[in-house]
Design a protein around this ligand. Structure first.
Ligand code: GLC
Length: 479
């Protein structure tokens, strides 16, 4: 076996102290590195295209990047008070929470997670709504929020529904299409609030859906409660998306209502970016994933970047090397052969393994995935693949951020960006790679002015706050 070292650039990017594989493996990993690297030039091309697509979305309906007005116009003051329910659907679990806003940017929360069985994700929408209603009922019974349940007082709820919804009012919106593996029948073009409210009514649950909120919008509002200077909310979790404050005069497609306001949060639905495949450097591993997914040709940006998909891209790349007889002596294993069999969560552990022998990588490959045996070179290769895919995700997310910062003309000012989601939170060095990408695109002076803030589980809290604001407006109009 010929021992060799990777090139300096690769070592720096992948942080491999000394590569122990064969020369052929080294060649293969360099090739992979090339395929998954977003060069500065490519990043700038993506950013420019992103800005164009944003404008199209703001100008007219039906654009690839939907740029959906959220009907959230105000900024929180931090002094909001009261108790509100929040419901969060769209990630791995369903979450029901009760928030007590205490003013001064403080709050208390009680929450419960419910696992959504796979069949609910593809069954009839009515079944899913009934299941959600049962979870809310269970939460109210168990926790009896505020002790108000006995008095039959209607509880106000903010519904975080993290899918592309064409919002028609703060508490109304029709589903445009499903993402992230959901595919319930009888939901497209239907108002999701009416459907869920109907389940509450049928089950005699005294809850009013006061606001319909995307998770990015909730994350932005939640962070703004504490830090009013927050300009953007981003999710880098199961899926990916962003929301930001846009000036009304720039939302050309807004055909307005009588309310006067200067700015509104826009839910971008950036996961749909580049459906036309103009600028994203898709690899064969991405194309295979897309072809085999339940929504081929859709959400390509999201598929290259978010937690639902990164493990599958890695699996495709690993299997390609197995089939080329460059990994595990050409041997695979049951889970590795199975679609979604390589979980994205393995990648954070693999990337984070600093041991000399890559003991944690070995554990995942040999014990969890049951690959008969691995060499240190094999493990280094798998680690490099995970790193390359994670790093690409960070670079792509940054291209989106750079697009928004350029579009809003915020480059010369300080920006505070709230980010939530497992990929951002758990992938080692993710933020570091984002900063690196930002530096390459804009230079260090601008990069220094941009701050990222982990807004863990912010979307539910944001939804509760938006429900409160909406409920107050509704009461004022209709006491
Ligand atoms: C998907 C959804 C979007 C959501 C994002 C993050 O892209 O379409 O609405 O914000 O996932 O959860």
């Amino acid at each position: 076996m010929v021992k060799s070292s990777l090139s300096d650039q690769t070592i720096e990017a992948f942080n491999i102290p000394e590569f122990k594989g064969t020369l052929e493996q080294q060649q293969a990993i360099k090739e992979l590195y090339k395929q998954f690297t977003i060069t500065t030039e490519r990043a700038r091309i993506i950013v420019n295209q992103f800005i164009k697509e944003m404008r199209k979305g703001l100008d007219h309906e039906g654009a690839t990047v939907a740029m959906i007005p959220s009907f959230v116009t105000g900024r929180p003051t931090g002094n909001e008070k009261g108790k509100y329910l929040a419901l969060d659907l769209g990630g791995t679990n369903l979450r029901v929470c009760e928030f007590e806003l205490k003013g001064d940017g403080e709050f208390a929360v009680r929450q419960q997670k419910y696992i959504i069985a796979e069949e609910y994700k593809t069954d009839e929408m009515r079944q899913l709504c009934d299941f959600i209603a049962d979870c809310v009922d269970n939460f109210i019974t168990e926790h009896d929020p505020s002790g108000r349940n006995n008095g039959n007082e209607q509880l106000q709820l903010g519904f975080t529904f993290s899918f592309p919804v064409n919002q028609t009012a703060i508490n109304r919106g029709t589903l445009m299409h499903w993402t992230k593996g959901f595919n319930c029948s009888g939901a497209i073009n239907k108002d999701v609030v009416i459907m869920l409210q109907d389940s509450f009514l049928r089950k005699n649950i005294h809850v009013n859906i006061a606001a319909l909120v995307n998770d990015t919008v909730g994350t932005l509002m939640a962070n703004a409660y504490r830090y009013p200077e927050t300009t953007m909310g981003i999710i880098l979790g199961t899926g990916t998306n962003a929301a930001y404050y846009e000036k009304l005069e720039n939302i050309k497609k807004w055909n307005g209502n009588e309310e006067v306001f200067e700015e509104m949060i826009v839910n971008m639905e950036w996961g749909a970016f580049d459906r036309e495949r103009c600028v994203l450097p898709l690899t064969i591993y991405d194309n295979k994933l897309d072809r085999e997914s339940i929504n081929p040709h859709e959400q390509l940006f999201e598929k290259m970047m978010s937690g639902m998909y990164l493990g599958e891209i890695a699996r495709n790349a690993i299997l390609h090397l197995v089939d080329s007889r460059l990994l595990f002596e050409g041997e695979s294993a049951y889970d590795l052969n199975r679609q979604w069999g390589f979980e994205t969560s393995y990648m954070s552990i693999i990337i984070g393994d600093n041991t000399d022998d890559l003991e944690e990588v070995r554990h995942i490959l040999e014990e969890v995935l049951q690959i008969p045996s691995t060499t240190l070179g094999d493990r280094q290769m798998v680690q490099s693949i995970c790193l390359a895919i994670g790093r690409r995700s960070a670079y792509l997310a940054t291209c989106g951020i750079a697009g928004v910062l350029s579009h809003t003309g915020k480059l010369e000012q300080d920006s505070l960006i709230a980010i939530d989601g497992s990929v951002y939170e758990f992938f080692p060095n993710f933020e570091h790679h984002m900063k690196q990408a930002l530096g390459e695109i804009f230079g260090n002076d601008i990069t220094k002015r941009v701050k990222f803030n982990l807004a863990r589980d912010g979307s539910g809290f944001g939804a509760a706050m938006i429900a409160m604001m909406a409920h107050k407006v509704a009461l004022a109009k209709n006491p």
